[in-house]
Design a protein around this ligand. Structure first.
Ligand code: G3H
Ligand code: 13P
Ligand code: ZN
Length: 329
């Protein structure tokens, strides 16, 4: 629902749902990037990077992002990004996606205001309740051609609205039943990734535990050709952690999912890879550096601008070397 009380379809706004994106990604052996945004600089960087590297992209909006930036403003920012891209020429497919929707009403509000894709995250609910909630969202979304992501299994990690101390891997025995009974278009699974910048407890020099590719393979065997989603897939890149620590931050022990493992996942049925923390870390690192080197700087454009430039580089590198989505738009 827009502020005027009218509902609007994503098609009128120029967004794409994820159906075609995932079909191509499955066939092509790559994953579509799903990058979160909360502000203008992040959004500009995502769009610029994906246009330059010719990658389809899923713009993710969390419940926390809607509260931080205002739901109406965020939606118009997404729309503005589409128009900017069209004016520049050579547009790429863009989905506007609700990340970790936690209620039917939230999903409905996003669908009515022009989102092309929604996640309903019932993963913390008992199995039957997860199915009932997810199916209710699918029944509302599909007549409007909006695609729906569900989740089975629980990721550890803490974000503003997403938190769990312990992870529970997805039980592959549930996936067929879940997909069949809910009608979802894609499924997020838990194979060892987690949200945030402190994904594993490892001592210096120790390597992080590998993702559970055995679970992923069993899921693929049970629902062949079905699009799988990986949440919590930031790699927590060392140069940015070092920069943060060098310029006054304290992020010792921050560690993410190695990029080689994500590359391997992207070649499988994993069609969507969610990355938020890596973008947050890049912004923080660059802003800290500018503040440390130019203590008299007080024009936000002088620190948000360089942060945006570095973000563009990081997203292009993800598309080219991790997800394999570059050149696929
Ligand atoms: O998976 C969660 C996303 O990183 C969004 O985080 O709820 O703090 O906006 P947020
Ligand atoms: P990260 O915290 O690893 O970036 O995960 C983001 C995510 O899963 C968004 O839904
Ligand atoms: Zn997530």
């Amino acid at each position: 629902m827009t502020t005027s009380g009218k509902t609007v379809s994503f098609k009128e706004l120029g967004f794409s749902n994820t159906r075609d994106m995932f079909a191509k990604a499955m066939k092509g052996g790559y994953a579509v990037p799903a990058y979160n945004f909360n502000n203008m600089e992040q959004l500009q960087a995502i769009i610029t990077a994906c246009v330059r590297s010719r990658s389809p992209v899923i713009l993710q909006v969390s419940k926390g992002a809607r509260e931080y930036a205002n739901a109406t403003l965020l939606r118009y920012m997404g729309l503005g990004a589409i128009q900017m891209m069209n004016e520049l020429g050579n547009p790429v497919p863009v989905a506007l996606h609700l990340d970790h929707g936690d209620s039917f009403e939230l999903a409905q509000s996003c669908i009515d205001s022009g989102f092309s894709s929604v996640m309903i995250d019932g993963s913390a609910l008992p199995y039957e309740e997860n199915i009932a909630l997810t199916k209710k969202v699918v029944d509302y979304a599909h007549p409007r051609d909006v695609t729906v992501e569900g989740e089975l299994g629980v990721l550890a990690g803490i974000e503003e609205h997403v938190s769990s101390e312990k992870s529970h891997y997805t039980d592959p025995r549930d996936v067929e039943d879940f997909v069949k009974r809910t009608g979802v278009d894609s499924l997020a699974i838990s194979i060892g990734t987690s949200h945030g910048a402190f994904k594993f407890k490892v001592k210096p020099g120790e390597s992080v535990p590998p993702l559970r590719f055995d679970i992923l393979e069993e899921v693929e065997r049970r629902i062949p050709g079905f699009p799988i989603v990986l949440h919590g897939a930031s790699s927590v890149l060392t140069p940015y952690i070092e920069m943060i620590n060098k310029y006054g931050g304290r992020m010792e022990g921050a560690v993410g999912v190695p990029e080689e493992q994500l590359r391997r996942a992207a070649k499988s049925a994993v069609c969507k890879i969610n990355i938020d923390s890596d973008g947050r870390l890049v912004m923080t690192a660059i802003i800290r550096k500018v503040f440390a080197e130019k203590p008299g700087e007080f024009d936000p454009r002088k620190y948000l601008g360089p942060a945006r430039e570095e973000l563009v580089k990081m997203y292009i590198s993800k598309n080219e070397t991790v997800l394999g989505s570059a050149g696929k738009a």
